[in-house]
Design a protein. Structure first.
Lengths: 198, 198
DNA sequence: GTCTATAGCCCGATAGAC
DNA sequence: GTCTATCGGGCTATAGAC
């Protein structure tokens, strides 16, 4: 249906505009009118395409969490060695940052906005689901003797997960053009892995 | 003067209430009326104590940056060994998180709010000033052979500074009672330092 | 599908009584 | 020093014309 297709194009364009502005200025500081202005449409008219501002926020994040689930699954299934799994998890994370840069930045910057709304609970549960994976790699590494025996699994896994995400945010915002994700993932995993094996 | 002293007490009480609410819910999501309710006063009456909401935000952060300057100065002056300086910098950071927990959390969560207002430029310049210190330790460590030679100074120093702060935020919010700052700083610096010397 | 126009709400801040 | 009362403005979202 051509009407639907044309509608989808406009819709996709507006989603992209909203994602860009939300990532640049934050959700709370970007009004519906701002998005309308940037998309060449009046604020009120956006409600023909979306039911609410949060629907738009939701559309930006839908897909990214399940994509990361799949990337982490692949990262863990390739090997049984904890150090190799760790490096693969770092690379998988940066692959996601590269595919969903706006969702990455918005999630990092607007945690409080998202946490205050029950409809975005799926983002928090995804983070906890992924933390269990990071934690399992740390525990396996300690048990198998690949990582140092004195690591606190909870502290270590939180630290590496947080460090990878915050490095990803910085990269998306400041140096995406200058440095490839493989370079960055390699340098990041080398530092963090050295701390676990050292 | 007793009137001034009594006024200062009330003022300090309101600052503490504002700091708590800003840290819990975020600045944008905490209204003047919210602070008034929590302090047992009407919103409008707060303007007898402060000129604006941002004045209150400012009072919460004033002092913490210069205190951190001093802590870092002391950390660096104690030794010339880069590894020891690194551990001292981590400890200094957590000392600051312990002394100014609300300022720490607000700074981490409301970066966008603060970055959008010129009056809070001093927070960003402080972060850059402190980053130069982290970077100098990394560079000194590489040059003196204490750290691995292949470290990218910019990436590494950003990573450790970010990782320390985000770990501090998590600690302030979730486990301040359960774990002392010395324990946490020790575990954190051990992991990060291992990545630099590994 | 986009427009005009506005309802309804919350916000920061102010004026003046007590 | 706190109150009552309110101004002026921005916001999300809606109703109905075109």
């Amino acid at each position: 249906m051509s009407a639907t297709a044309a509608g989808s194009d406009r819709r996709a364009e507006i989603i992209a505009t909203g994602a860009r502005l939300f990532a640049e200025r934050g959700i709370a500081h970007t009004s519906i009118r701002d998005i309308g202005d940037a998309a060449g449409i009046l604020g009120g008219s956006l409600y023909h395409h979306f039911r609410s501002k949060d629907d738009l926020v939701d559309l930006i994040h839908r897909g990214s969490t399940s994509a990361l689930d799949q990337l982490y699954r692949d990262a863990l299934s390739g090997t049984d060695n904890a150090a190799e799994q760790f490096v693969a998890m770092v690379h998988a994370s940066f692959e996601m940052f590269d595919r969903y840069p706006e969702a990455t930045v918005i999630y990092m910057n607007d945690r409080q906005y998202l946490a205050a709304r029950p409809r975005f609970d799926y983002l928090r549960t995804a983070e906890e689901r992924h933390h269990k994976l990071w934690r399992s790699v740390v525990v396996r590494g300690v048990r198998s003797g690949v990582f140092r025996p004195d690591l606190d699994a909870e502290l270590t896994s939180r630290l590496v997960q947080d460090a990878v995400w915050i490095t990803g945010r910085r990269w998306v915002r400041t140096s995406r053009a200058r440095r490839s994700i493989d370079e960055l993932a390699g340098a990041t995993s080398k530092i963090l892995l050295g701390g676990l094996t050292g």
